[in-house]
Ligand binder design. Structure first.
Ligand code: G1P
Length: 298
């Protein structure tokens, strides 16, 4: 078994222009599904997987994201005084230990690989690490990153989350070239970022959860430009394979929502709303009504 993975990098420097005007004054990672910000879903998943140190790669205009992790002492004491214990628990659930969070700036938007590389000095040279993309929200039990850590403890190497996507969508993703399909786990013989339509090696797309060997960070040191002129994380992982190291994909169990798109965000809102005991009955009735009304109008 390899070294335990205790650090995760969260690249959160993106401008979130797809969600303007909402993202004019708040970072997109603060946008919420029901009542929980995207960043909190990512943190909760990482904590469940045993992550202890959280590295955020931010940029200008992300102040609200840093503030989000401050302890809200006044709010806590007012909830305590008024006996609102449930809310107090929810609030405390967002508290992070002092020193567990680090913020690093990405000064130029040079790509996902570059964002991850910005965190290099916060990792030891021989330390594997996780990367979590907050746009990909995954409903799963156990949570996706935990499934990956468990699989990684068996395989070693590097591991990416993966799922089959329709052919017409595959060029929006990093895509695996499969050497060996073992069911839940596949061994990759290549990886390509955003392949042109018709050139994809498979329909197995990389989803935003990674457990990476320290050598991936060394590969990123080359700062090689890839698809779209950006420094791609996918290329640094593909270099691992080229250099003879193992890279696996895990077909995780769970439902993934692309919260980087409006349609995906709405779908996630519905899914998480329906999961909530305090909302699901009323919400399900409403949805059934909407569907019936649409049918009747057709
Ligand atoms: C990024 C990665 C891509 C991956 C995707 C998953 O792309 O570069 O390899 O498949 O996330 O969501 P982006 O969505 O930032 O274009």
């Amino acid at each position: 078994m390899g070294r335990k993975v205790t650090k995760a990098i969260f690249p959160v420097a993106g401008l979130g222009t797809r969600f303007l005007p909402a993202t004019k004054s708040i970072p997109k990672e603060i946008l919420s599904l029901v009542d929980k910000p995207l960043i909190q879903y990512a943190i909760d998943e990482a904590r469940a997987a045993g992550i202890e140190e959280f590295i955020f790669v931010t940029s200008r205009g992300k102040g609200a994201l840093e503030d989000y992790f401050d302890h809200a002492h006044e709010l806590e004491s007012s909830l305590r005084k008024s006996g609102k214990d449930k809310l107090l628990d929810i609030l405390r659930g967002t508290n992070m230990d002092s020193g567990a969070i680090a913020y690093i700036r990405q000064h130029k938007a040079l790509g996902l690989g570059h964002a991850v590389w910005c965190a290099r000095r916060l990792l030891q040279e021989d330390e594997p690490f996780a990367v979590v993309l907050t746009d990909d929200v995954i409903q799963g039990e156990p949570p996706c990153l935990q499934q990956m850590i468990e699989a990684y403890e068996e395989t070693g190497g590097s591991m990416v989350a993966t799922m089959e996507v329709p052919t017409e969508k595959v060029s929006a993703y990093g895509v695996l070239d499969v050497a060996e399909d073992m069911g839940a786990i596949v061994r990759a013989k290549g990886m390509v970022e955003k392949p042109a339509a018709g050139t994809q090696p498979s329909n197995l797309a990389v989803i935003g959860r990674y457990i990476l060997a320290p050598t991936v960070m060394q590969n990123l040191n080359k700062l090689k430009q890839g698809a779209g002129g950006e420094i791609q994380l996918t290329d640094a992982i593909a270099d691992e394979i080229a250099e003879g190291r193992d890279v696996f994909g895990l077909r995780f169990r769970g439902q993934r929502f692309d919260c980087g798109s409006k349609a995906g965000f709405l779908q996630a809102t519905v899914a998480f709303g329906l999961e909530r005991d305090d909302l699901k009955d009323e919400f399900a009735d409403y949805l059934a009504e909407v569907v019936a009304m649409r049918r009747a109008a057709e």
